[in-house]
Design a binder for this molecule. Structure first.
Ligand SMILES: Cc1ncc(COP(=O)(O)O)c(C=O)c1O
Length: 395
Protein backbone atom coordinates (compact mmCIF):
# COMPACT_ATOMS: atom_id res chain seq x y z
CA UNK A 1 0.00 0.00 0.00
CA UNK A 2 1.27 3.44 -0.83
CA UNK A 3 0.28 7.02 -1.47
CA UNK A 4 -0.32 5.83 -5.06
CA UNK A 5 -3.19 3.67 -3.88
CA UNK A 6 -4.54 6.50 -1.74
CA UNK A 7 -4.53 8.91 -4.67
CA UNK A 8 -5.92 6.30 -7.03
CA UNK A 9 -8.93 5.55 -4.81
CA UNK A 10 -9.40 9.23 -4.02
CA UNK A 11 -9.53 10.07 -7.72
CA UNK A 12 -11.85 7.17 -8.51
CA UNK A 13 -14.31 8.10 -5.78
CA UNK A 14 -13.98 11.90 -6.09
CA UNK A 15 -17.59 12.39 -7.19
CA UNK A 16 -19.09 9.65 -5.04
CA UNK A 17 -20.95 10.59 -1.83
CA UNK A 18 -19.38 9.07 1.28
CA UNK A 19 -19.67 6.86 3.22
CA UNK A 20 -19.18 4.56 0.24
CA UNK A 21 -17.99 0.98 -0.15
CA UNK A 22 -15.78 -0.14 -2.99
CA UNK A 23 -14.01 -3.15 -4.44
CA UNK A 24 -10.68 -2.92 -6.25
CA UNK A 25 -11.32 -5.28 -9.15
CA UNK A 26 -7.64 -5.81 -9.95
CA UNK A 27 -7.02 -7.03 -6.40
CA UNK A 28 -10.25 -9.02 -6.37
CA UNK A 29 -9.32 -10.83 -9.60
CA UNK A 30 -5.83 -11.47 -8.26
CA UNK A 31 -7.37 -13.09 -5.16
CA UNK A 32 -9.64 -15.20 -7.39
CA UNK A 33 -6.53 -16.53 -9.18
CA UNK A 34 -4.66 -17.12 -5.89
CA UNK A 35 -7.52 -19.19 -4.50
CA UNK A 36 -7.44 -21.41 -7.59
CA UNK A 37 -3.75 -22.09 -6.96
CA UNK A 38 -4.18 -22.62 -3.23
CA UNK A 39 -6.97 -25.16 -3.76
CA UNK A 40 -4.75 -27.50 -5.80
CA UNK A 41 -6.92 -29.52 -8.15
CA UNK A 42 -10.18 -29.38 -6.17
CA UNK A 43 -13.43 -27.73 -7.16
CA UNK A 44 -14.18 -24.54 -5.22
CA UNK A 45 -17.62 -23.66 -3.86
CA UNK A 46 -18.04 -19.93 -3.35
CA UNK A 47 -19.29 -18.82 0.10
CA UNK A 48 -21.86 -16.16 -0.70
CA UNK A 49 -22.01 -14.85 2.86
CA UNK A 50 -18.50 -13.51 2.38
CA UNK A 51 -19.38 -11.71 -0.87
CA UNK A 52 -23.05 -10.65 -0.59
CA UNK A 53 -23.10 -9.13 -4.04
CA UNK A 54 -24.63 -10.95 -6.99
CA UNK A 55 -22.39 -9.36 -9.61
CA UNK A 56 -19.18 -10.34 -7.79
CA UNK A 57 -20.44 -13.83 -7.00
CA UNK A 58 -21.05 -14.26 -10.70
CA UNK A 59 -17.63 -12.81 -11.54
CA UNK A 60 -15.89 -15.48 -9.44
CA UNK A 61 -18.01 -18.34 -10.77
CA UNK A 62 -17.52 -17.48 -14.42
CA UNK A 63 -13.76 -16.92 -14.05
CA UNK A 64 -12.83 -20.63 -14.13
CA UNK A 65 -14.67 -23.95 -14.38
CA UNK A 66 -13.15 -25.15 -11.09
CA UNK A 67 -15.35 -22.56 -9.39
CA UNK A 68 -18.45 -24.67 -9.06
CA UNK A 69 -21.56 -23.90 -7.04
CA UNK A 70 -22.46 -21.55 -4.22
CA UNK A 71 -22.45 -22.07 -0.48
CA UNK A 72 -25.50 -20.02 0.49
CA UNK A 73 -26.22 -18.95 4.06
CA UNK A 74 -30.01 -18.87 4.06
CA UNK A 75 -32.79 -20.79 2.31
CA UNK A 76 -34.44 -17.57 1.10
CA UNK A 77 -31.13 -16.32 -0.22
CA UNK A 78 -30.59 -19.59 -2.12
CA UNK A 79 -34.07 -19.31 -3.66
CA UNK A 80 -33.34 -15.70 -4.65
CA UNK A 81 -30.04 -16.71 -6.28
CA UNK A 82 -31.66 -19.67 -8.00
CA UNK A 83 -34.28 -17.38 -9.55
CA UNK A 84 -31.47 -15.10 -10.74
CA UNK A 85 -29.93 -18.03 -12.63
CA UNK A 86 -27.42 -19.44 -10.14
CA UNK A 87 -27.45 -23.20 -9.63
CA UNK A 88 -25.91 -25.87 -7.37
CA UNK A 89 -26.70 -24.00 -4.19
CA UNK A 90 -25.68 -25.65 -0.95
CA UNK A 91 -27.55 -24.04 1.94
CA UNK A 92 -24.88 -24.36 4.60
CA UNK A 93 -27.03 -23.83 7.70
CA UNK A 94 -30.21 -25.73 8.60
CA UNK A 95 -33.63 -24.14 8.12
CA UNK A 96 -36.58 -24.85 10.40
CA UNK A 97 -39.02 -22.53 8.59
CA UNK A 98 -41.76 -24.39 6.70
CA UNK A 99 -42.35 -21.51 4.25
CA UNK A 100 -38.66 -21.27 3.36
CA UNK A 101 -38.35 -25.04 2.99
CA UNK A 102 -41.40 -25.06 0.69
CA UNK A 103 -39.80 -22.32 -1.45
CA UNK A 104 -36.63 -24.42 -1.74
CA UNK A 105 -38.71 -27.46 -2.74
CA UNK A 106 -40.44 -25.35 -5.42
CA UNK A 107 -37.08 -24.43 -6.92
CA UNK A 108 -36.07 -28.10 -6.92
CA UNK A 109 -39.38 -28.90 -8.65
CA UNK A 110 -38.32 -26.40 -11.35
CA UNK A 111 -35.24 -28.52 -11.95
CA UNK A 112 -32.75 -26.50 -9.88
CA UNK A 113 -30.24 -28.02 -7.45
CA UNK A 114 -30.64 -26.62 -3.93
CA UNK A 115 -29.28 -28.79 -1.13
CA UNK A 116 -30.53 -28.54 2.45
CA UNK A 117 -28.26 -28.92 5.49
CA UNK A 118 -29.18 -31.24 8.37
CA UNK A 119 -27.58 -32.47 11.55
CA UNK A 120 -30.50 -34.12 13.38
CA UNK A 121 -33.68 -36.15 12.75
CA UNK A 122 -35.92 -33.07 13.24
CA UNK A 123 -34.20 -31.26 10.33
CA UNK A 124 -34.75 -34.34 8.22
CA UNK A 125 -38.45 -34.62 9.09
CA UNK A 126 -39.03 -30.93 8.30
CA UNK A 127 -37.27 -31.23 4.94
CA UNK A 128 -39.27 -34.33 4.08
CA UNK A 129 -42.57 -32.55 4.82
CA UNK A 130 -41.68 -29.84 2.29
CA UNK A 131 -40.59 -32.46 -0.24
CA UNK A 132 -43.83 -34.46 0.03
CA UNK A 133 -45.94 -31.28 -0.18
CA UNK A 134 -44.22 -30.20 -3.40
CA UNK A 135 -43.89 -33.77 -4.74
CA UNK A 136 -40.11 -33.63 -5.17
CA UNK A 137 -37.08 -35.43 -3.80
CA UNK A 138 -34.87 -32.98 -1.93
CA UNK A 139 -31.07 -33.28 -1.87
CA UNK A 140 -29.67 -33.32 1.65
CA UNK A 141 -26.24 -32.59 3.09
CA UNK A 142 -25.04 -33.78 6.50
CA UNK A 143 -23.02 -31.26 8.51
CA UNK A 144 -20.26 -33.11 10.37
CA UNK A 145 -18.68 -31.27 13.29
CA UNK A 146 -14.95 -30.89 12.66
CA UNK A 147 -14.01 -29.18 15.89
CA UNK A 148 -11.35 -30.84 18.04
CA UNK A 149 -11.70 -31.58 21.75
CA UNK A 150 -8.58 -31.13 23.85
CA UNK A 151 -8.72 -31.53 27.64
CA UNK A 152 -10.52 -28.39 28.83
CA UNK A 153 -10.68 -26.85 25.35
CA UNK A 154 -13.23 -27.01 22.54
CA UNK A 155 -11.02 -26.05 19.59
CA UNK A 156 -13.41 -25.03 16.82
CA UNK A 157 -17.01 -23.84 16.60
CA UNK A 158 -20.32 -25.14 17.94
CA UNK A 159 -22.57 -26.06 15.05
CA UNK A 160 -23.45 -29.68 14.36
CA UNK A 161 -23.82 -32.43 16.96
CA UNK A 162 -22.65 -35.08 14.47
CA UNK A 163 -19.17 -35.90 15.74
CA UNK A 164 -18.42 -39.45 14.64
CA UNK A 165 -18.63 -41.71 11.61
CA UNK A 166 -21.25 -43.83 13.42
CA UNK A 167 -23.47 -40.79 14.03
CA UNK A 168 -23.11 -39.64 10.42
CA UNK A 169 -24.01 -43.13 9.17
CA UNK A 170 -27.06 -43.27 11.46
CA UNK A 171 -28.25 -39.92 10.06
CA UNK A 172 -27.71 -41.20 6.52
CA UNK A 173 -29.88 -44.22 7.36
CA UNK A 174 -32.58 -41.91 8.72
CA UNK A 175 -32.52 -39.93 5.46
CA UNK A 176 -32.89 -43.19 3.52
CA UNK A 177 -36.14 -43.92 5.35
CA UNK A 178 -37.83 -40.88 3.79
CA UNK A 179 -39.12 -41.06 0.21
CA UNK A 180 -38.85 -37.30 -0.22
CA UNK A 181 -35.12 -37.11 0.47
CA UNK A 182 -31.81 -38.32 -0.84
CA UNK A 183 -28.31 -37.79 0.51
CA UNK A 184 -26.33 -35.43 -1.73
CA UNK A 185 -23.16 -34.68 0.21
CA UNK A 186 -21.40 -34.07 3.49
CA UNK A 187 -19.90 -30.84 4.74
CA UNK A 188 -17.31 -30.40 7.48
CA UNK A 189 -16.00 -26.95 8.34
CA UNK A 190 -12.77 -27.05 10.31
CA UNK A 191 -13.08 -23.49 11.64
CA UNK A 192 -10.10 -23.94 13.96
CA UNK A 193 -7.91 -24.16 10.84
CA UNK A 194 -9.94 -22.24 8.26
CA UNK A 195 -10.84 -19.21 10.33
CA UNK A 196 -8.12 -18.86 12.96
CA UNK A 197 -4.97 -16.94 12.07
CA UNK A 198 -1.61 -18.25 13.31
CA UNK A 199 0.36 -15.11 12.53
CA UNK A 200 -1.62 -12.33 14.16
CA UNK A 201 0.44 -9.26 14.95
CA UNK A 202 0.92 -8.46 18.62
CA UNK A 203 0.26 -12.02 19.91
CA UNK A 204 3.55 -13.88 19.50
CA UNK A 205 2.99 -16.50 22.23
CA UNK A 206 -0.66 -17.10 21.36
CA UNK A 207 0.40 -17.69 17.74
CA UNK A 208 2.80 -20.45 18.89
CA UNK A 209 0.07 -22.16 20.90
CA UNK A 210 -2.40 -21.90 18.00
CA UNK A 211 0.13 -23.49 15.61
CA UNK A 212 0.69 -26.37 17.98
CA UNK A 213 -3.02 -26.99 18.44
CA UNK A 214 -3.70 -26.62 14.71
CA UNK A 215 -1.04 -29.23 13.94
CA UNK A 216 -2.68 -31.70 16.28
CA UNK A 217 -6.19 -30.86 15.07
CA UNK A 218 -5.22 -31.34 11.42
CA UNK A 219 -4.60 -35.08 11.74
CA UNK A 220 -7.81 -35.57 13.74
CA UNK A 221 -9.84 -33.65 11.13
CA UNK A 222 -8.38 -35.75 8.33
CA UNK A 223 -8.99 -39.02 10.11
CA UNK A 224 -12.60 -38.14 11.01
CA UNK A 225 -13.50 -37.03 7.49
CA UNK A 226 -12.02 -40.18 5.96
CA UNK A 227 -13.92 -42.34 8.49
CA UNK A 228 -17.21 -40.57 7.76
CA UNK A 229 -16.82 -41.00 4.00
CA UNK A 230 -15.91 -44.67 4.44
CA UNK A 231 -18.93 -45.27 6.70
CA UNK A 232 -21.41 -43.61 4.33
CA UNK A 233 -19.71 -44.80 1.13
CA UNK A 234 -18.15 -42.39 -1.38
CA UNK A 235 -20.54 -43.78 -4.02
CA UNK A 236 -23.46 -42.28 -2.03
CA UNK A 237 -21.99 -38.77 -2.08
CA UNK A 238 -22.06 -36.27 -4.93
CA UNK A 239 -19.71 -34.04 -2.93
CA UNK A 240 -17.56 -33.91 0.18
CA UNK A 241 -17.18 -30.25 1.12
CA UNK A 242 -14.42 -28.98 3.39
CA UNK A 243 -12.68 -25.93 4.70
CA UNK A 244 -12.64 -22.24 4.08
CA UNK A 245 -10.24 -19.45 3.22
CA UNK A 246 -7.68 -20.29 5.91
CA UNK A 247 -7.49 -24.02 5.15
CA UNK A 248 -7.54 -24.21 1.35
CA UNK A 249 -4.17 -25.99 1.18
CA UNK A 250 -4.76 -28.51 3.97
CA UNK A 251 -8.40 -29.24 3.03
CA UNK A 252 -7.58 -29.80 -0.62
CA UNK A 253 -4.81 -32.28 0.26
CA UNK A 254 -7.41 -34.73 1.60
CA UNK A 255 -8.17 -37.45 -0.93
CA UNK A 256 -11.81 -37.85 0.12
CA UNK A 257 -12.58 -34.15 -0.26
CA UNK A 258 -14.16 -33.28 -3.63
CA UNK A 259 -14.54 -29.53 -3.11
CA UNK A 260 -13.34 -26.75 -0.83
CA UNK A 261 -15.15 -23.56 0.12
CA UNK A 262 -13.78 -20.04 -0.25
CA UNK A 263 -15.38 -16.67 0.37
CA UNK A 264 -13.38 -14.29 2.54
CA UNK A 265 -10.27 -14.70 0.37
CA UNK A 266 -11.81 -12.56 -2.38
CA UNK A 267 -12.28 -9.32 -0.39
CA UNK A 268 -9.48 -10.24 2.06
CA UNK A 269 -10.68 -8.37 5.18
CA UNK A 270 -8.30 -7.66 8.07
CA UNK A 271 -9.09 -10.87 10.01
CA UNK A 272 -7.45 -12.77 7.15
CA UNK A 273 -4.18 -10.83 7.38
CA UNK A 274 -2.97 -13.02 10.25
CA UNK A 275 -1.96 -16.25 8.46
CA UNK A 276 1.56 -17.41 7.68
CA UNK A 277 0.84 -19.43 4.57
CA UNK A 278 -1.07 -16.98 2.36
CA UNK A 279 -1.51 -13.30 1.73
CA UNK A 280 -4.47 -12.01 -0.26
CA UNK A 281 -4.75 -8.43 -1.46
CA UNK A 282 -7.10 -6.05 0.39
CA UNK A 283 -9.76 -5.77 -2.31
CA UNK A 284 -12.72 -4.30 -0.42
CA UNK A 285 -12.94 -1.14 1.61
CA UNK A 286 -15.02 1.84 2.49
CA UNK A 287 -14.39 5.56 2.25
CA UNK A 288 -15.32 8.18 4.81
CA UNK A 289 -15.06 11.94 4.43
CA UNK A 290 -12.98 13.98 6.84
CA UNK A 291 -15.44 16.54 8.21
CA UNK A 292 -13.54 18.05 11.16
CA UNK A 293 -10.01 18.50 12.52
CA UNK A 294 -10.08 18.94 16.30
CA UNK A 295 -6.24 18.75 16.65
CA UNK A 296 -3.34 19.11 14.23
CA UNK A 297 -2.95 15.35 13.96
CA UNK A 298 -6.56 14.26 14.48
CA UNK A 299 -9.05 14.11 11.64
CA UNK A 300 -12.63 13.22 12.35
CA UNK A 301 -14.57 11.35 9.68
CA UNK A 302 -18.29 11.06 9.24
CA UNK A 303 -19.60 7.50 9.92
CA UNK A 304 -17.50 4.38 10.31
CA UNK A 305 -18.87 2.26 13.17
CA UNK A 306 -19.07 -0.93 11.17
CA UNK A 307 -17.93 -3.42 13.79
CA UNK A 308 -17.78 -7.10 12.85
CA UNK A 309 -19.77 -9.87 14.55
CA UNK A 310 -18.42 -12.66 16.75
CA UNK A 311 -16.67 -12.53 20.13
CA UNK A 312 -16.13 -8.82 20.78
CA UNK A 313 -12.62 -7.40 20.68
CA UNK A 314 -10.36 -4.87 19.00
CA UNK A 315 -9.82 -7.15 16.01
CA UNK A 316 -13.48 -6.66 15.08
CA UNK A 317 -13.06 -2.92 14.50
CA UNK A 318 -12.56 -1.51 11.02
CA UNK A 319 -8.99 -0.46 10.22
CA UNK A 320 -8.05 2.86 8.60
CA UNK A 321 -5.45 1.83 6.03
CA UNK A 322 -5.07 4.65 3.51
CA UNK A 323 -3.35 7.00 3.67
CA UNK A 324 -0.64 5.14 5.60
CA UNK A 325 -0.10 6.40 9.11
CA UNK A 326 -3.76 6.60 10.17
CA UNK A 327 -5.07 4.77 13.23
CA UNK A 328 -8.18 4.66 15.44
CA UNK A 329 -8.14 6.31 18.86
CA UNK A 330 -8.23 3.59 21.57
CA UNK A 331 -10.86 5.45 23.58
CA UNK A 332 -13.26 5.99 20.71
CA UNK A 333 -12.76 3.17 18.21
CA UNK A 334 -15.07 3.46 15.23
CA UNK A 335 -18.10 5.60 16.06
CA UNK A 336 -21.73 5.35 15.06
CA UNK A 337 -21.71 8.73 13.28
CA UNK A 338 -18.16 10.00 13.75
CA UNK A 339 -14.75 8.33 13.76
CA UNK A 340 -11.70 10.35 14.78
CA UNK A 341 -8.41 9.27 13.24
CA UNK A 342 -4.92 9.89 14.59
CA UNK A 343 -2.80 10.66 11.56
CA UNK A 344 1.03 10.60 11.47
CA UNK A 345 1.52 10.10 7.74
CA UNK A 346 3.04 12.28 5.03
CA UNK A 347 0.05 12.76 2.74
CA UNK A 348 -1.41 16.25 3.31
CA UNK A 349 -5.05 15.90 4.44
CA UNK A 350 -7.84 18.48 4.37
CA UNK A 351 -11.52 18.64 5.21
CA UNK A 352 -13.46 16.82 2.49
CA UNK A 353 -10.60 14.37 1.78
CA UNK A 354 -11.39 10.67 2.20
CA UNK A 355 -9.90 8.12 4.59
CA UNK A 356 -10.10 4.51 3.39
CA UNK A 357 -10.90 1.70 5.78
CA UNK A 358 -11.01 -2.07 5.67
CA UNK A 359 -13.67 -4.12 7.44
CA UNK A 360 -12.64 -6.94 9.78
CA UNK A 361 -14.91 -9.45 8.00
CA UNK A 362 -15.74 -9.97 4.35
CA UNK A 363 -19.47 -10.01 3.66
CA UNK A 364 -20.54 -7.89 6.60
CA UNK A 365 -19.24 -4.77 4.87
CA UNK A 366 -22.09 -5.20 2.38
CA UNK A 367 -24.71 -5.08 5.15
CA UNK A 368 -23.90 -1.39 5.64
CA UNK A 369 -24.05 -0.29 2.00
CA UNK A 370 -26.61 -0.67 -0.78
CA UNK A 371 -24.04 -0.51 -3.57
CA UNK A 372 -20.39 -1.31 -4.20
CA UNK A 373 -18.31 0.92 -6.47
CA UNK A 374 -16.06 -1.26 -8.59
CA UNK A 375 -12.68 0.36 -9.23
CA UNK A 376 -10.15 -0.45 -11.92
CA UNK A 377 -7.02 1.70 -12.05
CA UNK A 378 -8.19 5.14 -10.93
CA UNK A 379 -11.72 4.83 -12.33
CA UNK A 380 -15.05 3.53 -11.12
CA UNK A 381 -16.07 1.11 -13.86
CA UNK A 382 -19.36 -0.05 -12.38
CA UNK A 383 -21.68 0.35 -9.42
CA UNK A 384 -23.48 -2.84 -8.38
CA UNK A 385 -26.03 -3.62 -5.66
CA UNK A 386 -25.01 -5.47 -2.52
CA UNK A 387 -27.51 -7.95 -1.06
CA UNK A 388 -28.81 -5.08 1.05
CA UNK A 389 -29.47 -3.10 -2.10
CA UNK A 390 -31.42 -5.96 -3.72
CA UNK A 391 -35.08 -5.11 -3.25
CA UNK A 392 -36.24 -8.72 -3.73
CA UNK A 393 -33.94 -10.29 -1.15
CA UNK A 394 -35.79 -10.30 2.17
CA UNK A 395 -33.30 -11.59 4.71
C1 LIG B 1 -19.79 -23.96 6.64
C2 LIG B 1 -18.74 -22.98 6.24
N1 LIG B 1 -17.85 -23.32 5.31
C3 LIG B 1 -16.90 -22.46 4.93
C4 LIG B 1 -16.79 -21.21 5.48
C5 LIG B 1 -15.61 -20.37 5.07
O1 LIG B 1 -15.87 -19.17 4.50
P1 LIG B 1 -14.71 -18.12 4.25
O2 LIG B 1 -13.90 -18.60 3.11
O3 LIG B 1 -15.45 -16.87 3.95
O4 LIG B 1 -13.91 -18.00 5.50
C6 LIG B 1 -17.70 -20.82 6.46
C7 LIG B 1 -17.60 -19.50 7.09
O5 LIG B 1 -18.06 -19.22 8.15
C8 LIG B 1 -18.71 -21.72 6.85
O6 LIG B 1 -19.62 -21.41 7.81
Amino acid sequence: MSSDSYNRYREALRNVSKPAAFVDLDYFDNNVRQVLKRAGSKQIRVASKSIRCQALLFRVLQSHDRYQGVMAYHAREAVFLSRQGFDDLLIAYPSCDATDLAAVAEEVARGKCLTLMVDCPQHIALANRAAIEKKVQLPICIDVDMSTKFPGLHFGVQRSGIRSAAQAKALFETIQQYDGLRLDGIMGYEAQLAGLGDHVSGQFFKNQVIRLLQNRALSKVRALRAEVVAAIGAENLRFVNAGGTGSLETSSEEAVVTEVTAGSAFYAPTLFDGYRHFHHLPAAGFALDITRQPELDIFTCYGGGYVASGAAGKAKLPTPYLPEGASLLPNEGAGEVQTPILYRGSQPLHLGDPIFFRHAKAGELCEHFKVLYLIQGDRVVDCVPTYRGEGDLKI
